[in-house]
Design a protein around this ligand. Structure first.
Ligand code: AMP
Length: 397
């Protein structure tokens, strides 16, 4: 049984075709510049060379059509007929407080995704376009929406409510939702499986990529997570400030004669390690190189990033009254042994000990703590596409 997984952005569409018999990726690719001149599809069937197809793609429907054509093509393809694709799973950013689980798409679901446009203005419209494109191109296939926010829906009121007048929650659904939910759900469960831990193990997942978030979960069920109403809250990220005194917004508005939207744009796109380092880069590798060359601001930005992660881990140990395992994942978490080590150096009080030898790896599932570490620490590569494919199969079988 093969599941197609789609992740649509406003001008892009990423896809993977996964064989669910063995959970192996059969093909994957990316359509870029949808609706813009110079659109291109990069496609790779597993074990074959990458191919680039330049074709005008005015809409997401054209992109989905090209994806199917490419998957069916004699040379580039991997399937003989559309019938081989069992169902389609879609990553959807924001489900508001309407969805506590993934769901098979119908008209009500589409309306609910639309109702959340305000909460996910950049992603939800694109996600819906992807779903509607599939309905047109492959009308017999079931579409499943897998929301980034459903993991966080398990949080208790005391964790998700902001200390603002309650009417704003009731009127507008303003609360902490959390993001990277598919990744946190996948990695927390995989930690329990790979680490052979108790079913109700207390796990902290550090998803450290260009966007970053930390979650606390018990038995794979979210207790707390660092992102909020939007992905701006929490850690210091590539370009996002993370936690900040909201009064800073008003202060910058007054001093720089900017409006709230402009300042929020700065907090989302020009802050984080990019802003702290004086504009060097939002890429952790560039900032690390600058720090190694003696750039003080780059050094401080990276130290502040690790310090913030360690503070969240400490808070979540308190929230769960303990922790059995800590897992690192995503770009930085999977590839940067120094960040993993330096974050864990803050956790000596918990009895966390990292083995330098075990920690000397990238992108591989592995225990990286010593045998006598009181808390197990793992590197667990995330796999959001597989998580979406599993949900899709579960709901359509
Ligand atoms: P992601 O958003 O999960 O794709 O992660 C992207 C981030 O991971 C980028 O900022 C990269 O700089 C970072 N990254 C990838 N490899 C490394 C590495 N070896 N050391 C430090 N950061 C890395």
């Amino acid at each position: 049984m093969k599941i197609l997984v789609l992740n649509c952005g406003s001008s892009s569409l990423k896809y993977q075709l996964i064989d669910m018999e063995n959970e192996k990726v059969l093909a994957k690719g990316l359509c870029e510049r949808i609706g813009i001149e110079g659109s291109v599809l990069t496609h790779q069937a597993t074990g074959s060379e990458k191919v680039k197809i330049n074709k005008n793609l005015p809409t997401h429907k054209d992109a989905v059509e090209l994806v199917f054509e490419t998957l069916l093509d004699k040379n580039t393809g991997i399937i003989k007929s559309m019938d081989e694709v069992y169902a389609i799973g879609h990553r959807v950013l924001h489900g508001g407080n309407k969805f506590t689980e993934s769901i098979v798409v119908d008209d009500n679901v589409k309306k609910a995704i639309k109702d959340c446009f305000d909460l996910g203005p950049l992603h939800n419209p694109a996600n819906l376009m992807g779903i509607e494109a599939c309905e047109q191109v492959a009308p017999t296939k079931k579409n499943v929406a897998v929301f980034d926010t459903t993991f966080g829906m398990a949080m208790d009121e005391k964790a998700y409510l902001y200390a603002i007048p309650h009417e704003y929650y009731e009127k507008y659904g303003i609360r902490k939702y959390g993001f990277h939910g598919t990744s946190h759900s996948f990695v927390s469960k995989e930690t329990i499986k790979f680490g052979n831990l108790a079913k109700d193990a207390k796990v902290i997942v550090c998803h450290l990529g260009n966007g970053g978030s930390v979650s606390a979960s018990i038995g794979g069920k979210c207790v707390d997570t660092s992102m909020g109403l939007t992905p701006l809250e929490g850690l210091i990220m590539g370009t996002r400030s993370g936690d900040i005194d909201p009064a800073v917004v008003q202060y910058i508005c007054n001093k720089e004669n900017k409006d709230v939207n402009e300042v929020l744009n700065i907090l989302n796109k020009k802050s984080g390690i990019l802003g702290m380092s004086g504009g060097i880069s939002n890429d952790f590798r560039d900032v690390e190189n600058a720090a190694n060359e003696g750039n003080h601001l780059a050094d401080v930005a990276l130290k502040a990033f690790k310090y913030r992660v360690a503070k969240y881990i400490g808070a979540y140990v308190a929230a769960m009254n303990g922790v059995d395992a800590i897992s690192f994942t995503a770009g930085v978490g999977e590839n940067d042994k120094n960040s993993r080590k330096e974050i864990c150096d803050y956790l000596g009080y918990l009895g966390v000990k990292i083995s330098d030898e075990r920690n000397d790896i990238r992108g591989e599932e592995r225990l990286i703590s010593t045998d006598d570490s009181k808390v197990k620490v793992f590197l667990i590569p995330t796999n959001e596409e597989l998580a979406i494919a599993r949900e899709t199969l579960k709901l359509t079988k």
